[in-house]
Design a protein. Structure first.
Length: 379
């Protein structure tokens, strides 16, 4: 399975930012930085998810993909709900009843697991709409006379039809049912639209030194930006562009972004109603392929973290809670940077240790549907 190393690198940076601002004491010390980071770290994951969304899977295979997102989600959210009822955290639940438990578990998640909940809703909705459009297109092709009711779903209009119908569905889920953040869903849809357009991910973000300057200006001059605001969207764009401009990101061409020939091939496949299935659809999934030479130490580390970001996302909340014990010992550092370095090390090492133990004991297959989750080749 071919990977896009730029995306693995991005995920490695973004997952560290996610863990950083799950450390309550550090985020309380730096609320302005948190405000800016929240504009792009989870939107970045959602955008990547939409870009990598593989709609070429058979319904059975797609349901299997959702299942192995649902299992870690149910594990995370159940634990978080119980913890919220016992500990004095920001999302504290005063009275935990069965109705409250299942409402939070199935409809309105608390804490970090919200991302997996939103991801499942976004992917399922997008897949269903594309599946329906595909059925409409096939039915139209079978009939000799054009059917006006099916015209919007014909092949030439399918990409536009997908985006519009999916956007409407997301709005219904968000505004009508209140079970999805519309702004989050739009980032997923934007990534999917970029994929449909045939534009290369890195080409779209145009990484350059200028993007770093623009990002800094936006971050400094924007007043309380959010991911739902225009300023927040611009911050997200230029943040990703700035990260991709990192001078150390000198990835092998044959393992990096798609070539022009590959882009044309993919565009041709879309025009025939097909989808490229060479991309990993889960933005938090691990990858078995070595994507960069080992001599690039820092870059290799980010690639490794990006390939294993699902384990970091699932297990790090255990350690962010435990790291609160360090606060009284490290309060002499008013910047919180020492606390951050120590806590990040504990969270990353602890999460990877749990994943390693699950591999060794065979438990991984029951949580993630795979025999090994830390870089083992797929069978």
């Amino acid at each position: 399975m071919r990977r896009i190393p730029e995306l693995d690198y991005l995920k490695g940076v973004l997952i560290l930012l996610v863990i950083t601002f799950h450390l309550v004491w550090f985020e309380q010390l730096h609320p302005d930085i948190k405000q800016v980071v929240y504009c792009f770290h989870m939107p970045g994951f959602l955008f990547i998810a939409g870009y990598l969304m593989n709609v070429g899977k058979a319904p059975r295979d797609f349901l299997r993909t959702l299942l192995w997102l649902a299992v870690p989600y149910l594990f995370m959210e159940s634990g978080y709900i119980v913890m919220a009822s016992l500990l004095p955290i920001n999302d504290h639940i005063d009275c935990l009843t069965s109705s409250v438990f299942f409402d939070r578990l199935l409809l309105h998640p608390l804490g970090p697991p919200w991302f997996l909940h939103a991801l499942m809703l976004c992917e399922a909705t997008y897949y269903i709409i594309i599946y329906i459009i595909g059925k409409c297109s096939k039915e139209q092709e079978k009939t000799s006379c054009p059917d006006i009711s099916l015209a919007p779903c014909s092949t030439p209009h399918a990409p536009i039809c997908r985006v519009i119908l999916t956007g409407i569905a997301y709005y219904i889920l968000a505004d009508g049912l209140g079970i999805l953040s519309f702004s989050s869903a739009l980032y997923f849809l934007a990534g999917a639209a970029l994929r449909l357009s045939g534009t290369d991910f890195v080409t779209f973000f145009r990484p350059s030194k200028l993007s770093v300057v623009v990002f800094i200006l936006l971050a400094c001059l924007s007043y309380k930006p959010t991911q739902a605001s225009m300023n927040g969207a611009l911050i997200a764009y230029f943040a990703i562009s700035s990260l991709l401009a990192w001078p150390l990101l000198n990835l092998p061409k044959e393992q990096g972004a798609r070539s022009k020939g590959q882009e044309k091939e993919e565009q041709g496949a879309r025009s025939k109603g097909q989808e490229n299935t060479n991309y990993q659809s889960n933005p938090l999934a691990s990858c078995p392929l070595p994507l960069a030479p080992k001599k690039r130490g820092p870059l290799q580390a980010f690639l490794f973290l990006g390939r294993n970001s699902l384990m970091l996302y699932v297990f790090s909340p255990i350690f962010t809670v435990l790291c609160k014990r360090l606060v009284p010992l490290l309060q002499f550092d008013t910047t919180g940077l020492l606390f951050l370095v120590i806590s990040l090390t504990i969270c990353v090492a602890g999460s990877l240790a749990i994943a390693w133990a699950m591999d060794r004991t065979g438990i991984a297959r029951f949580f993630f549907g795979r025999k090994a989750i830390m870089g083992a080749p797929r069978e």
